[in-house]
Design a protein around this ligand. Structure first.
Ligand code: ZN
Length: 324
């Protein structure tokens, strides 16, 4: 018996059911919207909430019970809107704390921290722990995992600072981590090294966006070090086409790695990084139901067993969120 925190409160990990391990509800830049109301899209609060309710309801119709939403600072996290949506859809939404950057820390941290102008203990660690233990921004909703990123620029001073703070908060609280990585630069290996230096148990880490790669040597090395591979961008076919994404799950499964993979789309109901119509044209399959409708049948065709699919959708997420 072990509870995991969700938007609606604690849920026993045995009740999480089928889990998509990396889906956003919204990815938004509030400051842009407050200044440029029509770029790149016009925001209509009521319409966007209703659309999210409809899309999440459609997802539950496919038998998915839980989404894990790594929307943290830098991606527009705003819990009251997520609570409003979740009140209208029967789905578990597990939320995160952390900071999303490929380069620098936000200016709210730039001058404040160890060895800086305002020389205090790392404030990120304290904020992350507060989100996990007390809840996020007075909502009472507690973060159940941590998130950081390491992209093409690699381990910049800002990326390293966030990653070490995430590692320290993990060790203090025991909640797991997901890392946005870029397999093209093998940045998952760097994340494993830094997090291990902070004392993190690598079995508590998802190496996100691993499914953008076909480099099985790289992927097996990450899994052999203990981490879960996030095969989590199904539908983002511009980055890696459908067939190759499916094969990058089927072949590791054949080699015995089903216990080291989790599935998702990294989709959202709405993301303001792109013009909505242009996005729909470029990546028409980048939505919540692509795995249920297209990917799972394709995996079965390639010899992945129903049992292995259950391992990836149910057992691995449950174990990941189970307290040590
Ligand atoms: Zn994401």
């Amino acid at each position: 018996m072990s509870d995991v925190q969700t938007v609606r409160g604690p849920v026993d990990t045995s009740a999480l059911g089928k889990v998509l391990m990396h889906e956003h509800v919204f990815v938004l830049g509030t400051e842009m919207r407050e200044n440029y109301a029509n770029y790149p899209n016009t925001w209509d609060e009521d319409a966007r909430v209703a659309d999210a309710v409809a899309k999440l309801t459609e997802l539950t119709s496919r038998g998915i019970d839980t989404i894990v939403d790594p929307t943290v600072i830098g991606l527009g996290r705003y819990l009251p809107r997520i609570q409003q949506i979740n009140a209208q859809v029967d789905i578990n939404i597990i939320v995160a704390t952390g900071i999303y950057t490929y380069n620098d820390v936000p200016f709210q941290f730039h001058f404040t921290g160890p060895g800086l102008l305002f020389d205090i203990a790392e404030p990120m660690v304290e904020l992350f722990i507060q989100d996990i233990r007390e809840g996020i921004a007075g909502t009472g909703v507690k973060a159940a995992f941590l998130k950081c990123a390491i992209e093409h620029p690699g381990l910049t001073p800002g990326v390293e600072r966030v990653m070490r703070a995430v590692g320290q908060a993990q060790v203090e609280t025991g909640v797991p981590i997901t890392v946005h990585t870029s397999p093209g630069t093998q940045s998952g290996l760097v994340a494993q090294k830094v997090l291990a230096e902070e004392g993190v148990d690598l079995s508590k880490v998802v190496i996100g966006h691993s499914g953008d790669s076909t480099d099985l040597d790289y992927l097996c090395a990450l899994a052999d070090a203990g981490s879960l591979l996030g095969m989590d961008r199904f539908g983002l076919d511009v980055l890696l086409p459908f067939e190759e994404r499916v094969n990058t799950v089927a072949e590791p499964a054949r080699r015995g790695y089903a216990e080291k993979m989790v599935l998702a789309h990294d989709a959202s109901c709405f993301i303001d990084w792109f013009d909505a119509d242009a996005k729909e044209q470029a990546v028409p399959n980048w939505n919540y139901t692509h795995i249920s409708d297209d990917v799972l049948p394709a995996l079965l065709e390639r010899g992945v067993t129903g049992e292995q699919i259950t391992t990836m959708l149910v057992d691995n997420p449950r174990r990941y969120f189970e307290a040590r």
